[in-house]
Structures are given as structure tokens and as C-alpha cells.
Design a binder for this molecule. Structure first.
Ligand code: VG1
Ligand code: CO
Length: 544
């Protein structure tokens, strides 16, 4: 088999965002675009000769093609072995699990997560390091720097590898092993949760659940876990077949995009429990009967109840949340007596805290929750965690959440997204806000007094690395907050995210719709940032 050295020209736009490089499929289809980025990854790594790489994706359009290219390039660049999911399928948490269990050098995840797929949709590539987690910023910056200079890549000339059959084959000197996509991951889940107890709940006849895989990667995982191992029956999984275009849907598990599931949970004869996951399986939405659990609350509740779950029965070392995530979990950590870390948005910032055992559970307001069992957020893990709690407490989702609010107070929370805004206007909005920060402190705005106003900067407590400009925060003396930041995962224009939070300790005032409870802050956010004037939008595209 011969190895070809191909001369190429750099692209200027291969900068990884919050979670890898995400672009429209048509961008990846440009001649040499994919190859340049893969070679830029390899060129940024040391001493991987003869080592193992894990490769898999969420099954979206372009997944199979990209995997064949990566296999041939990995062989040409001297990797010893690649573990690839059958049919090219591995959820993001499963990649993390497989890297860790096999002590692989690293892995490549092919996904644009919750972004739509198909020939007109999005595609993405993310590099994960040996701990199983997303590469930290110093690695992604090195990859980007390399991509701006690259002039050559290496690729093996060979036939495509059969990804449908389990087993090993050779690609030149390199071994390719097609592995079962689900097995390692399902075993890890069995080691963390009380499957017997959950099975009792699900087969008791008094409890029904529906898990929506949104035609994305979690279908086979959900079948293996809920239908096969936990006895919930095949109809407990909806949209369980992964499709290259996710059935034309938008695989983002929130009240807007997972509406099929939401209609069932809020309809007549609603099941007791509902959950959905995103394109690559790292996000989750949790629903009770006619009840929605805010992701920030979910993190707080998992933290407060962790000792009920076998994998966490000895307690937690600490917790971590991204900065825009509500402060509900902070209250639990304070009461239970462990640290709560606040990191920038994106799972890569949790890696060091998990490795150093400073945090055991982590979460983001964007429907992401996870723990030290892998180094990615993990949608089905969160579903199992909830089911384990429900099986032990024998209460409804709603009553567990309401009891939590009674004990800790309620953090009303909402995120308003303005998608596909003109990039220049969005940048102006953020620049104007930054310009106002110094003057805001101590000011009275409506009923609120500004306690602090800054642009979030994070110093990693483990390696001391500093990440600046991670979002504008305005905090008020009563604990309310407004946070503004621009998305780092979108592929068209800019997405402005406005995060709103207020705290309500009084039980008699905890039953409001968050949009009503947060109305004064919503008005204030518009006044301070001039959202409507500058974006030309009357209302957000998506409210979660
Ligand atoms: C969004 C979320 C962030 C999440 C990231 C990746 O990033 O806000 O919390 O970690 O997506 O999630 P941004 O920069 O668009 O706000 V996923 O499920 O795409 O891997
Ligand atoms: Co995702």
C-alpha cells in the first residue's frame, strides 16, 4: 500500500469553537478542507506513533466519508491502531468511554451535535485527548495555528474499510478494529446505577417512560439500555433509528425542538417520565408528567441526591458548572460542604477539575450534565441517574423538584437565543456592553442594584491557564444575574445568548412561569444591551 504526500493550501477559517470545528457540510466538501484539518490535528500532537486512536460519530451525513479519510490518514501518519464504532457510530460520551477503557492516545468525534444534519446541514470534527475529554484550549489553538500554515498532508492509498462488520483488518501497517458501538458504554452504566431497582420500577406496571432519540445517535444505546437491559419494552424509545439527516429534524433536546415528546408528556395519558437526547448523545432533557426540569435544576437535584446512586454513594468531591448555568447547584454544594467551581462555557473546561478529583459532577444550562465516569457530558447517564433517584424515592419528578425548591429556594432561569444575527451587529452589541461595564457597578437599574459587572475570566485552578472574555455578566445585589455571550457553535452569522436568573426563597412565590418571574430582568437586558435596536429582532428565536 502506498502513502501519498499531497500538497495543499491552508484555509483561514479552521478555528475550533466551543466544541470543535463546526461548519456547513458544503464547507467540509471543499477540496482538501477535511484533510487539512485532520493533518493539522495530527501535526499538533507528539509521540503518537504506534498508538491507538478512537474514531466515531453521530451518523450524520458525511460521517462515513470522513471516517474513511481519517482512517487512511491515521495509517499514513503512523498510528498503530484505530478503534472505530460499527457503522461509524459512537456517541460522544461513548467515544470518551472507549478512549479511557482502552487507554487510547486520543480520539476524533464527528458531529455537529444539536445542529441539523444532511447535505444542507452541518458537520463537525472534535479532537479528544487521552483522558477522554475535549482537547483543552492550548491544543485547539495549536491545531488552528497549524491549519493556517499547512502545506502538505499524508494519506494511504487503499480501499475503504468495511465499517459494518465487527472485527479487525489492516490498513498498511495500521490495524483497524470495528467495535460494538454500545457495549463498553452500557457496561459502564451498569457499574454506576442500580439496574435491578430501576428495572423493578419500569416493570412494576405503575410507571411508564418515553425516551426520544430524535433519530440521532442514542437510538441503539437507548434500545440496549431501556428496552433490553431494563425491560421497558421497545416502545419506550421513540425516533430510535439514527438517520443521516435526523429525519429532517433539529436534534436539540429542548421544549421547542423535541416537541413530539413534549406533546406526549403534556398530553392526556402522559407517561410518568420523558427524556430526549441530542445529535451526538451528550445532552439531555428531563420531563416529568406535565413538568419540565430546567437543566440547571437538574444538576442541583442530581447533586443533592447523589448518595442514592451506587456510583456516587460515597459522596462527591465537588461540583462544577459553566458560568451561565444557574446558581442552584452552588446552594447544594454549600449546604453539603464541598466546593463548587465556575468555568467558562464548554465541556473542555471541566477536564482538569475531573482529572484532579476536584469535581465529581459537572453541568451546563444547555442541557448538559455529566460526571467523572467519562470526560464528556452524557445524556443517557443523566436519564439513568434520574431513574435511579425515582426508583429509590418513589416520588414523581414534579414532587422531587418542588421539594428541592422548598429546601433550597428556586432559581428561576431562562435563556433567550437570537440566532443567525448579522455578525457585525452582534459584535457591536457585545463591544457596547463591554464599554459600559465600568460604569455599571453600584448603579440602580429599575428595582435592581448592580453588585458587579464584568467580562468573565477564568483561571484554571489545576494548570493556571487563563481564558478571558468568556461572557459579560451583570450581577445584582439580590442574587439575580443577566449574562450575555455569543455562541461558539453556530455556523451562520452570530447567535446571541442572553441568560437570565433570579432567586426565590419564598415557597408561595415559587409557582410562576419563569418568563413572568423574569420579566423585569428581560426588560432590563434589552435596555442595557439594546438587543431589539441593534439586532432588529423583536423577540428571541428560541427560549429555553
Ligand atoms: C453550546 C452550549 C454549551 C455547550 C456547547 C456544546 O455552546 O451553550 O454549553 O457546551 O454548545 O454542546 P455555545 O458556544 O453555542 O453557547 V454540544 O451538545 O454541541 O457538544
Ligand atoms: Co451534543
Amino acid at each position: 500500500m502506498s502513502i501519498n504526500t499531497v500538497y495543499t493550501q491552508p484555509f483561514s477559517d479552521q478555528k475550533p469553537g466551543t466544541s470543535g470545528l463546526r461548519k456547513q457540510v458544503t464547507v467540509f466538501q471543499q477540496f482538501h478542507y477535511l484533510e487539512n484539518f485532520i493533518q493539522s490535528i495530527f501535526d499538533s500532537l507528539d509521540n503518537y506513533q504506534g498508538q491507538t486512536l478512537v474514531v466515531g460519530g453521530d451518523g450524520r451525513f458525511y460521517n462515513r466519508h470522513a471516517i474513511q479519510v481519517i482512517l487512511k490518514m491515521a495509517a499514513a501518519n503512523g498510528f498503530g491502531k484505530v478503534l472505530v464504532g460499527q457503522n461509524g457510530i459512537l456517541s460522544t460520551p461513548a467515544v470518551s468511554c472507549v478512549i479511557r477503557q482502552n487507554k487510547a492516545y486520543g480520539g476524533i468525534v464527528l458531529s455537529a451535535s444539536h445542529n441539523p444534519g444532511g447535505p444542507d446541514g452541518d458537520f463537525g470534527i472534535k479532537y479528544n485527548i487521552g483522558n477522554g475529554g475535549p482537547a483543552p484550549e492550548k491544543v485547539t489553538e495549536a491545531i488552528y495555528a497549524r491549519s493556517k500554515e499547512i502545506d502538505v498532508y499524508r494519506i494511504t492509498e487503499a480501499d475503504d474499510v468495511n465499517l459494518d462488520q465487527l472485527g479487525t483488518s489492516q490498513l498498511g501497517e495500521m490495524t483497524v478494529e470495528v467495535i460494538d458501538s454500545v457495549q463498553d458504554y452500557a457496561q459502564l452504566m451498569e457499574s454506576l446505577f442500580d439496574f435491578d431497582r430501576i428495572r423493578q420500577l419500569l416493570t412494576s406496571g405503575g410507571f411508564s417512560l418515553i425516551v426520544d432519540s430524535m433519530h440521532a445517535v442514542t437510538g441503539p444505546y437507548a434500545h440496549a439500555l431501556f428496552a433490553d437491559r431494563l425491560g421497558a419494552g421497545a416502545d419506550s424509545v421513540m425516533n430510535g433509528k439514527p438517520l443521516e439527516d435526523f429525519g429532517g429534524g433539529h436534534p436539540d433536546p429542548n421544549l421547542v425542538y423535541a416537541h413530539e415528546l413534549v406533546e406526549q408528556l403534556f398530553g392526556d395519558n402522559a407517561p410518568n417520565f420523558g427524556a430526549a437526547s441530542d445529535g451526538d448523545g451528550d445532552r439531555n432533557m428531563i420531563l416529568g408528567q406535565r413538568f419540565f426540569v430546567t437543566p440547571s435544576d437538574s444538576l442541583a437535584i442530581l447533586t443533592a441526591n447523589a448518595k442514592l446512586v451506587p456510583g456516587y454513594q460515597n459522596g462527591l468531591a465537588g461540583v462544577a458548572r459553566s458560568m451561565p448555568t444557574s446558581q442552584a447547584v452552588d446552594r447544594v454544594a454549600a449546604k453539603l460542604g464541598f466546593d463548587c467551581y465556575e468555568t467558562p462555557t464548554g465541556w473542555k473546561f471541566f477536564g482538569n477539575l475531573l482529572d484532579a478529583d476536584k469535581a465529581t459532577l459537572c453541568g451546563e444550562e444547555s442541557f448538559g450534565t455529566g460526571s467523572n465516569h467519562v470526560r464528556e457530558k452524557d445524556g443517557l447517564w443523566a436519564v439513568l441517574f434520574w431513574l435511579n433517584i425515582l426508583a429509590v424515592r418513589q416520588q414523581s419528578v414534579e414532587s422531587i423538584v418542588k421539594e428541592h425548591w422548598q429546601e433550597y429556594g428556586r432559581n428561576y432561569y431562562s435563556r433567550h437565543d437570537y440566532e443567525a444575527v448579522d455578525s457585525e451587529k452582534a459584535n457591536t452589541l457585545m463591544a457596547n456592553l463591554r464599554g459600559k461595564l465600568a460604569k455599571l457597578k453600584g448603579q440602580k437599574l429599575g428595582q435592581y442594584e448592580v453588585d458587579y459587572a464584568d467580562d468573565f475570566s477564568y483561571t484554571d485552578p489545576v494548570d493556571g491557564s487563563v481564558s478571558q472574555k468568556q461572557g459579560v455578566r451583570i450581577g445584582f445585589t439580590d442574587g439575580s444575574r443577566i449574562v450575555f455571550r455569543l455562541s461558539g457553535t453556530g455556523t451562520q452569522g452570530a447567535t446571541l445568548r442572553v441568560y437570565l436568573e433570579s432567586y426565590e426563597p419564598d415557597v408561595s412565590k415559587q409557582g410562576l412561569d419563569p418568563q413572568d418571574a423574569l420579566a423585569p430582568l428581560i426588560t432590563l437586558a434589552d435596555e442595557v444591551a439594546q438587543i431589539r435596536t441593534l439586532t432588529g429582532r423583536d423577540e428571541p428565536t428560541v427560549i429555553t
